[in-house]
Design a protein around this ligand. Sequence first.
Ligand SMILES: [Zn+2]
Length: 289
Amino acid sequence: MKDYIVRGTDKERNFRFFGANTKNMISIACEKHQTTPVVSAALGRTMTGAAMMARMLKRDTDRVSVIIKGDGPIGGIVVEADGTGNVKGYPYNPSVDIPNKPNGKLDVSGAIGNAVMTVMKDLGLKEPYTGQVPMLSGEIAEDFTLYFADSEQTNSVVILGVLIDVDYSIKQAGGIIIQVLPNVADEAITELENKLSSFTSITKHLDENKSIEEIVSTLLEDIEIMEKTEVAFKCDCSKYRMERGLISIGKAELQEIADEEESVELVCHFCNQKYDFSKNEIENILSTL
Ligand SMILES: [Zn+2]
């Protein structure tokens, strides 16, 4: 089954929601980056959150970036998602190995440390929209909640989960965002809070073969799905883009490389794809500058 995101509301229009099954997308990202379990969880949660945020964008060409920078051993995480369901991301340090928390859970907040979450939205305007919040929790879902409240004045519930198998592969991954609509009834909020207090975990439900729609239905009454779209790991790097990157280092520096090296290898941060440029190719680039 392909990964997908659903968007909808409850029948009474108290809330809107986004639900995502992202197992394949997170599996590919973690394979490409050779992540340890705690990094898989951190990267997977961030990618799933960003993927759902991208469904809130108006146009296919709009993009959202979520950038986490912290003083923990991961260092940071960068994720980009666009309006067509393409998501890419990478951790600064994929090989963090720290002890689990006393309750046996992966210590994502410990791996991230004191951090700041920055959300940038490129909406095709002159300047991208930027919002930033300190990560009070470091567990990522709560930090998205804080971001929505602080920067977008929207009360939200954000649930993100990545379940790692014994062989460190991704067993389940998904997320739900529920946002309060303007005319929400007080009783509806109380009811949601009650249901959330007995909600176990999204990956537990997914592992019981429940669909994301069924899981959302355990939290909201009579949901209506308005849209179901595919989501996948996809990097848009290319040799041409890498060439632009080479040019940006400056003519003098590039000349120095051409003089000293037989070839250079550039690696895309997002997908680890390698791009080789021979001396000849670099000289050709130089001749156009
Ligand atoms: Zn790439």
